[in-house]
Design a protein around this ligand. Structure first.
Ligand SMILES: NC(=[NH2+])NCCC[C@H](N)C(=O)O
Ligand SMILES: [Mn+2]
Ligand SMILES: [Mn+2]
Length: 307
């Protein structure tokens, strides 16, 4: 794991209809993300916020889709910022709604291809985000990045995804809200999300270890996309698409601690934080603390523990 962290601000608000995610990067900075990482022994390069180019007038064949031109420009800008950040260290994309991952993961994938390393994606989310611009009925493009990353479906004005991630290298984890068309597409492509029901039955450790073993065996790069709504709304209220029954405080930290111990993670998205909906900054703070666990914060060193 590379401990030179590159903070890439991605104040994307165009992928959904609940304004406020554009304040996410500022909120993480106020919550002390850079200082927290520095205290953990990381070096930090905050590159500020990415600025997309002026959008060209493109429209979707699906009349429900909104802010397509803006989201296309964010995708291009974040793909190039992401590729550059991967070459320099460990990128942390500060969102911004989840449509930012159309670009962040495209940049990461371009880097992985250059390095000739297979890319794996861990999607920590209540939602599968497996729509395409053709199937979404909300028209919110934050519901589409997973299909784009897998190279499936029609993405109109978006640049083709650089090196689509095969579906067996994708792990959708914590899922508890899937639309009918997404369900059909997931089924058609043989993807079985690790949903909350499975996590209830098997616990968090076994399914996560299984996926990490796969990454390790392939000497892969691992991108983690952490959507605030992966967490239970009772601990993380600052998100526009709350779904009850999410990960608890300890379950979420356990995932992050295990990811740290695996030493496999090479890039991270923090997405969907809407500070306008937060309560005294508690969701931003929790996301910073989860990032700290991912980067190695622990109470005790467990290496030599026998019980
Ligand atoms: N990244 C997210 N929070 N996505 C929520 C998507 C919700 C719903 N499936 C939709 O497409 O509108
Ligand atoms: Mn999402
Ligand atoms: Mn979500």
């Amino acid at each position: 794991m590379n401990h030179h962290c590159i903070l890439v601000g991605a104040p994307v608000d165009s992928g959904q209809s609940n304004p406020g995610c554009l304040m996410g990067p500022a909120s993480y900075r106020v919550a002390g993300l850079a200082e927290t990482l520095t205290d953990l022994g990381c070096t930090v390069d905050d590159r500020g916020d990415v600025a997309p180019r002026a959008p060209a007038p493109v429209s979707s064949r699906n009349p429900a889709v909104h802010h397509l031109p803006e989201t296309v420009e964010w995708t291009k800008a974040l793909a190039s910022a992401g590729e550059a950040a991967m070459a320099a260290g460990f990128p942390i994309f500060l969102g911004g709604d989840h449509s930012l991952s159309l670009g962040s993961v495209a940049g990461v994938a371009a880097h992985a291809r250059q390095q000739q390393r297979p890319l794996f994606v861990l999607w920590l989310d209540a939602h599968s985000d497996f729509h395409t611009p053709m199937t979404t009925s909300s028209g919110n493009l934050h519901g589409t990045p997973m299909a784009y990353i897998a190279g499936l479906g029609e993405f109109e004005a978006f640049p083709p995804f650089p090196d689509p991630v095969p579906t067996d290298r994708i792990c959708l984890f914590g899922i508890r809200s899937v639309d009918t068309d997404e369900r059909k597409a997931l089924h058609a492509h043989g993807i079985t999300p690790v949903d909350m029901r499975e996590l209830d039955e098997r616990g968090f450790v076994a399914p996560l270890c299984g996926f990490l073993d796969q990454v390790r065996a392939a000497n892969g790069l691992l991108h983690v996309s952490l959507d605030v709504d992966f967490l239970d709304p009772s601990i993380a209220p600052a998100v526009g698409t709350t779904v009850p029954g999410g990960a608890t405080f300890r379950e979420a930290h356990l995932v992050m601690e295990m990811l740290h111990e695996s030493q496999l993670v090479s890039s991270l998205d923090l997405v969907e934080l809407n500070p306008f909906l937060d309560e005294r900054g508690r969701t931003a703070q929790l996301m910073v603390d989860l990032t700290a666990s991912l980067m190695g914060r622990k109470v005790f060193d467990r290496v030599n523990r026998t019980n």
